[in-house]
Design a protein around this ligand. Structure first.
Ligand SMILES: Nc1ncnc2c1ncn2[C@@H]1O[C@H](COP(=O)(O)OP(=O)(O)O)[C@@H](O)[C@H]1O
Ligand SMILES: [Mg+2]
Length: 308
């Protein structure tokens, strides 16, 4: 039986409550069953991310692999579909899947991530190139982001009315305009959906490979916003935050071969969404108190600096 990392158990129960605890109690047995069925043997310390455990294993045919089992949540349903569509192009290979148990057997790559690279331009260039590589026609059955545009718009309007924040009407209006103008007309292109440096791992088959995709069909410029959001706090160290934000978008748009303007509009939308989300739900790094106030005000400022 494998041991479940304690930090993972704690955060799962905090986030999911009783269903989380019930799933954790089953998890060692689920892992054992899958190891047996897929003829794998454990091969190293169990790792984890936000929602899943990663068990390093070996299997005769493929050698080093990992077994990933995620908490059963609608947000994790399409991960194997995305890996299957990429077939190893820009992302780790999918060897096996068990959708009922939210489990996959994946190609194992190295444990170091793009987040360990110090040079910001290099991080964004690598992520941008990967974004381009991952932008292939989306298979049917994946969530179409354009179908979420109506709900996004409604949410923005409700949040703007109900929450206390320091964004001007112009800033919130720009996010709504992005949803109306870009959100409703997105192509059927496969996008990662959660592109950030910790989801990009060092590899040998290709220098960097993506893990942990949401698997959406939408505008490839959308993930420029996902990436920028993940880098915003790092950019605070720069002398000029506005310049650093815009530099990130320049570098991303060029590497990903997406329209610079679109990337900026999506990034602005993500910032406004984050500013509201933080006020309603908190962030993983701060659920309340002065730290959360500071983070939500920072999101307001980023949104403002990205508004045309
Ligand atoms: N294919 C893989 N090969 C090697 N390590 C991996 C692999 N997939 C995930 N990991 C490790 O596990 C961590 C969490 O994986 P991830 O898929 O991002 O989980 P989560 O969905 O919980 O965020 C990664 O940051 C990495 O360290
Ligand atoms: Mg992850």
């Amino acid at each position: 039986m494998i041991g479940i990392p304690e930090a993972f158990a704690r955060s799962t129960v905090e986030r999911e409550g009783e269903p989380g605890a019930a799933w954790l109690a089953e998890l060692p047995r689920i892992v054992d069953d899958l190891l047996e069925r897929w003829e794998c043997v454990p091969d190293g310390e169990v790792m984890h991310g936000g929602v899943g455990v990663i068990v390093p294993v070996r299997r005769q045919a493929e050698g080093a692999a990992v077994l990933k089992v995620s908490f059963p949540h609608p947000g994790n349903v399409h991960e194997p579909d995305a890996f299957a569509a990429w077939g190893g192009r820009g992302a780790v290979l999918l060897h096996e899947r068990d959708d009922e148990r939210f489990a996959m057997l994946l190609e194992r790559v190295r444990t170091s991530t793009l987040a360990e690279v110090e040079d910001g331009d290099e991080v964004v260039t690598i992520a941008g190139r990967l974004n381009l590589r991952l932008a292939i026609p989306a298979p049917p059955g994946l969530p179409r982001l354009r179908e979420q545009a109506g709900a996004w718009e409604e949410r923005l309007r409700e949040d703007a009315d109900e929450l206390t924040h320091s964004m001007s009407r112009h800033v919130v209006g720009a996010a709504v305009a992005t949803v109306r103008e870009l959100g409703r007309a997105q192509p059927d292109t496969l996008i990662h959906g959660d592109l950030h440096a910790r989801n990009i791992l060092r590899a040998d088959r290709e220098p960097w490979l993506a893990v942990d995709p949401k698997g959406y069909a939408g505008d490839p410029a959308y993930d420029g916003g996902t990436l920028l959001k993940s880098r915003a706090l790092t950019l605070l160290e720069a002398d000029d935050l506005r310049k650093a934000l815009h530099r990130t978008l320049d570098v991303f748009a060029e590497a990903a071969e997406v329209d610079r303007e679109r990337a900026q509009r999506w990034a602005q939308f993500h910032a406004v969404q984050a500013a509201f989300w933080g006020r309603r739900h908190g962030f993983r790094m701060a659920r309340g108190g002065s730290r959360l106030d500071w983070l939500t005000e920072f999101a307001d400022r980023v949104a403002e600096l990205l508004t045309r």
